[in-house]
Design a protein around this ligand. Sequence first.
Ligand code: OAD
Length: 252
Amino acid sequence: MPAFSDTLVDRLASASRVVVLTGAGISAESGIPTFRDPDGLWEKFDPQELANVEAFLDNPELVQGWYRHRRQLVEEAEPNAAHRALADLETHIDALTVVTQNVDALHTRAGSSDVVELHGNITHNYCMDCERPAEASTVDAAIAEGVPARCPECDGLIRPDVVWFGEQLPPAAIERAGTAAERADVLLSVGTSAVVYPAARLPLVAQEHGAYVAEINPDTTGITEAVDESIRETAGAVLPSLRDAVAAPHDA
Ligand code: OAD
């Protein structure tokens, strides 16, 4: 018995526009730690010490080193069956937008073509002062020398291209995500605890505009009470069979 309903398969099979909101759980099966699970990053590290601009200015080497460690983990990881199933689903749906809170770029590496990165991309760096992109190799070389990584053009500090606590989301990304949610026929919320705003509001926006909303998560989330369907399994277990069900010929 599949864990999902016939309604979900029918709604996806007939949908023109689908939004998939993803969070750290979809990359857990690629070996990338989540934030709030018992072994998650925020259990081991204090976001106040690492993921905000004050912490960065206080101790740039510490923060640059932590993000380099996470970047290397991401670069060594591979997209998993869930990322690949979402990329495949594009074949069957006119417009499928992945809106991700993840900074790991695994959706793009899996082949998804329309990805909105709400919280940035950890594989990119830029200068805090002149905002020019910076090479990861510049960061790595400075860390190896034990000095803060600085911009070769203006000597400003180099930071990862991620959204820190207290910072605004990239306005273009939040606008694209909001518009896609308003227009969606179906929204899938996958592997997110759905407690960080504004991302967590997107499923509710989609539902208010008539979308069928399903979540895929082994645990309850901040939006469980609101969604039309909760699928209590891992993303890697559900998404490949959901893709196969949507791809299978349908009775009218
Ligand atoms: P969380 O760590 O808050 O939640 C991860 C969710 O994934 C949990 O609800 C788990 O139950 C679920 N999960 C774990 N393994 C799974 C699997 N194999 N398949 C499906 N679900 C699974 O991560 P996010 O919701 O992504 O923001 O967190 C949102 C934001 O909070 C992050 O983007 C980050 C953090 O602070 C910033 O850094 C700006």
